[in-house]
Write a protein of this length. Sequence first.
Length: 428
Amino acid sequence: MTRGPRALLAMSALALMATACSNATSTSSSGGSGAPGVTGTSITVGSIANLTGILSSDFAPIVDGVKAYFDMVNAQGGVDGRKLVLGFEKDDQGSQTTDLTVAQQLVEQNHVFAVVGVGTPFFGGASYLARQGVPTFGYQVSVDWKDGPSLFADYGSYLDFTGGEMSDAYVAKQLHATSVGIVAYGVQQSAAACSAAATGFGTYGVNVGYQDLTFGIGTDPTPDVLAMKAHHVDMVLTCLDVSGNIAFARAISQNGLNAHQVWLNGYDRPTLQQYGALLNGVIIGLQHVPFEASAAFPGVYPAMDTYLQEMQRYKPASTYNEVALDGWINAAQFVTGLRAVGRDLTQAKLVAAINSETDFNGGGLMPPVDWTGGNNHVRSIPPYCSAWVQAENSKFVPVFVQGTHGVFTCFDKGSDTPVTPQSGTPGT
């Protein structure tokens, strides 16, 4: 069910470092036959994240989410009598080459059982870990995650840019928009996400009045905004990173464009508090239960209640951070698999157990992922669900709620009306 817009977090890096080579596809094993890192009392794993450098704030919090989840599980006695140990935290510095090096270190020197908490713009070690059959869990920002059955990205390992086109169009309908302006960076992830979105608007009679899929990082958005104004655009959809979105918000305000702003990235409380009134009314799409749903709908989203409580206890600064939530979900997937296998644990058994799951939802934080038959490794399957929040007076508020408390709006492929969320979708 992965839509892809979350990949825009690293879009600046992907554009600036476009010369980096992608991994070659390789034949993957189904998992190691042994159980490195496993003793009678503990299971030792490692993580790989961009912990230092200009992009560290976009990726490093994934480790906090993993640790918080492990702490919670260990306080409850661990898994089958074994404590979970994140024994090796590797920093790939945002480098594809370094990523491969530290992946090899985790396997060949540190002998970890799994890699839990991969957060990096360039997953250079993906193919290597897949060949070794190492169960691997992380935040997906590239197609590298589909390399093998042992790679488990949050929300599914298939990076799908087409699944959300009707969700974006549905938002336009709810806003009574008649003409939309679409802007994306001139890199594959960004342009593909916005190109897919553009296909759905006609279903609701919304015209694509202006489109720029080659916008440059750091470029002045004023010409785009003036062109939108000339084309009477009343909704602007951006497939940009946070800095690009802020630049457009300023230009829209300064040039008097009266248009709703819809972002596919930028759900960040510090950013909202920093820019305040400039972002008032901005709508942002999510793939998970909004943090604010816990207070807005008491008792309806207990998994979010638990996440917020445990993160506040473990590391308050990372609580309202989507990448920390990704780490929590990664750890939850790992533990769900461990419990399915039981005490007689091997890497191969863990991989097989997870690939038998039909409805993993992070414990109640996201719509279900079906891993069976290669689903969500090689393709995406409907329905496609999104949650939406709106900035109001320096706070995010869930919007487009279905019924009394359903934060997710779901569509089948090409459908023009919302469908009933599948069983296991939080809030249903």
